[in-house]
Design a protein around this ligand. Sequence first.
Ligand code: SF4
Length: 530
Amino acid sequence: MNARNIVLDKYSAKVYKNRKEHIIEVNEVTKNQPIAANSRSVPGIMTNRGCCYAGCKGVVLGPLKDVLVLTHGPIGCGLYSWGTRRNKAKTEDGKNFIEYCFSTDLQESDIVFGGEKKLRQAIKEAVEIFHPKCIMICSTCPVGLIGDDIHAVAADTEKEYGISCMAYSCEGYKGVSQSGGHHIANNVLMKRVIGTGDAQPTKKFTVNILGEYNIGGDGWETERILKRIGYEVVCVFTGDGSYETLKNSHVANLNLVQCHRSINYIAEMMKTKYGIDWIKVNFIGLEAIVKSLRDMATYFGDKTLAQRTEEVIADELANIAQEKDYYFSKLKGKTAALYVGGSRSHHYQNLLADFGVKTVLAGHEFAHRDDYEGREVIPTIKEDADSKNIEHLDVEKDEQKYHAYLSEEQLEELKTKIPLEDYKGIIKEMDNGSIVVDDLNHFETEEFVKLLKPDVFFSGIKDKYVLQKAGVVSKQLHSYDYSGPYAGFIGAINFARDVTMGLYTPAWGLVTPPWKNKSTLKASLVGGEE
Ligand code: SF4
């Protein structure tokens, strides 16, 4: 029996029926079969997912340095999304709000009598103390349940203080995971921020980077390389990002999509409204970066730019050649499991392969079927009550600001050469025999670790310590623990160094998981399986 079936076999019939759709062993047949994704976790199972509020406030809005993001809810929600992703930001004017945790700290009496008064008071204090030019209000579960009208408060704030204020109805219970929150954040940024500025680009080749959150400085390293080649980076969504740069992002020629899941909505809408094409890139992993830079040069079709691209690639690779060989010799032949967010489990396979590490298991917390199977399946994805609960925003062409860089004929020709408005998903790039799991839970994590015995497990904070106690090196890929950047050429070496240090520390050989020398509790299911 293969690892997938051994793990599934331990479930009751009801859970088995659900989970078997979310786990596949990759082979020539399953590569072309649907996988269940973006559906509710089984109640009672220890999922590693986050909530809708976490996706909106924690992922997309949180890194905006000049925006005061105010959590309307109990303090736990704000604390939970405060600084845990290690988004880095530098400011010119000294205002960097991402270091703060702003919350209305709702109490029981507010839940009973309503929290709007407290929200208005919090905004008044925030304006008086911090003088922000933009406030974004994010609502949490209890706010949705008691029905505070955060949109009315936002409108009143704009009138009273003359600043921009927008509200996000991103209550944690909406949707099935943090993915719903990404979508809600994308919609409001598109409606209220993007395209409202009037700054003009200064260079010929202009790009935005979408889905780059500057964890551990990744965005800075990517920008350094692009600027060396000669690109102008108009805006990064949203790592080290700002309200000011977002406003002007509509002037770029090309959108580079790093994290497909969290921001493909904006890429699509900017194409319709402003004519900006997008390509899927990956600045994690040496071969992937080289390919992405060459795809960009192909898109712009400029000889000098293409030549400069090759010069920079050659120089960056020469700079790291010696260290790359050293870490390859230390890591070659090791195996890895990855369980991260919407795209990282895919991106890091490329980087691991650069150092000879084979991925035996990969999964996403909040991916949709297109992240696994490729965007061609989007028309076949059935909407359910949860996905209908998230607004689908329809935008129209902006006649004044529309500025397509290439003609339709040029685009059609390019589609055969570069990933224009396309993403092939994770499964097609994985080796036969490897396992793909959607919404991997704690039980499955432990079972797969015992069966597949990966040398290193990349995950998030919720499973990191379970794995370490089992004697497996574990590294967080949501936050990089305390390290980074891992993007770009230099980042690849940082990553290989950290993984090598983790694998070669003698600590893991000294750990004995509790189940190896003590009897464990046993239980049986009573009352039937249904
Ligand atoms: S699920 Fe609800 S209560 Fe929990 S953190 Fe998210 S918004 Fe807050």
